[in-house]
Design a protein around this ligand. Structure first.
Ligand SMILES: [Cu+2]
Length: 267
């Protein structure tokens, strides 16, 4: 092992609060399908220097292996990357979308800085060759001064201006257990003219990640028309059950990626 003092943070990856093992991971994917390969691979999350401390460079490693401990070696590219890693704080105010580097032998590593002390939820999203898209989650406790918690309140209006882009989210029928359309509309915040020069980001007009307020239900949704340049970007998904969800849309314009968060209450 390259890192001394490695501590295995999670071997059996139990989902907090539900008492089920990873073989019944609640994670769902675009379109709402369960990962069919969830029983076949496991992810071991570790930090190089344990415990992780806030505001310090932290190397997170994720070892993908089969249930006998044999490394899983081959991964297909999924939206230009072998792994997408989403890290969120407990109150979902912190959100980070990372791409760990593949070192071979099933081992991914990424270096990042967590902004404050507290618990973080990590979601590794990957596609072992010949298997189905898989999501494995882990809770990482980071030491350091805690940020004051921000309440997860549903937004009153689904319009926000980020980096000069006025973004409106329209959801055709907000209800659980049903396929629905998320439509983002983009306007220049100053001129109000429709934006038609969105750039492909990781091979698509945008990416949407959705988590419920407890960060148990994870959905990674891709656009129905990946080649759109605006003013609209459409996504289709299903909220698995009613509750409060936070939705992050990631888009690119003028070479800059911007993330638009919205909180909705799904009846
Ligand atoms: Cu990614």
């Amino acid at each position: 092992m390259r890192f001394s003092g490695l501590i295995v943070l999670s071997l059996a990856l139990f989902l907090s609060g539900c008492g089920k093992s990873q073989t019944t991971d609640h994670s769902v994917h675009g379109g709402g399908h369960e990962a069919g390969s969830a029983e076949q691979v496991q992810a071991i999350f570790q930090v190089a220097a344990s415990p992780a401390k806030s505001k310090e460079e932290t190397t997170v490693t994720i070892q993908i292996q089969d249930m006998n401990g044999k490394p899983v070696n081959d991964f297909d590219l999924n939206h230009e990357k072998k792994m997408h890693l989403i890290a969120v704080g407990k109150d979902l105010s912190y959100y980070s979308h990372l791409h760990p580097e593949y070192k071979g032998n099933g081992l991914f590593t990424i270096s990042t800085k967590f902004p404050a002390g507290g618990d973080y939820r990590l979601f590794a999203d990957f596609l072992p060759s010949g298997k189905e898209k898989t999501v494995k989650s882990h809770t990482l406790t980071v030491q350091g001064e805690k940020a004051s918690a921000v309440a997860i309140e549903p937004d009153r209006t689904l319009t926000k201006t980020i980096d000069g882009n006025e973004v409106t989210l329209n959801i055709d029928h907000l209800m659980a257990g049903m396929e629905l359309n998320l439509t983002y509309t983009f306007k220049d915040a100053v001129t109000k003219s429709p934006i038609q020069d969105l750039q492909p980001y990781l091979g698509a007009v945008g990416h949407v990640v959705i988590l419920d307020a407890n960060a148990d239900q994870y959905l990674h949704v891709h656009p129905t028309d990946e080649k759109s340049k605006g003013p609209e970007a459409k996504f289709m998904t299903t909220f698995p059950k009613s509750g409060v969800y936070k939705i992050w849309g990631e888009f690119q314009r003028g070479g800059k990626v911007f993330t638009v968060p919205f909180v909705v209450n799904v009846p």
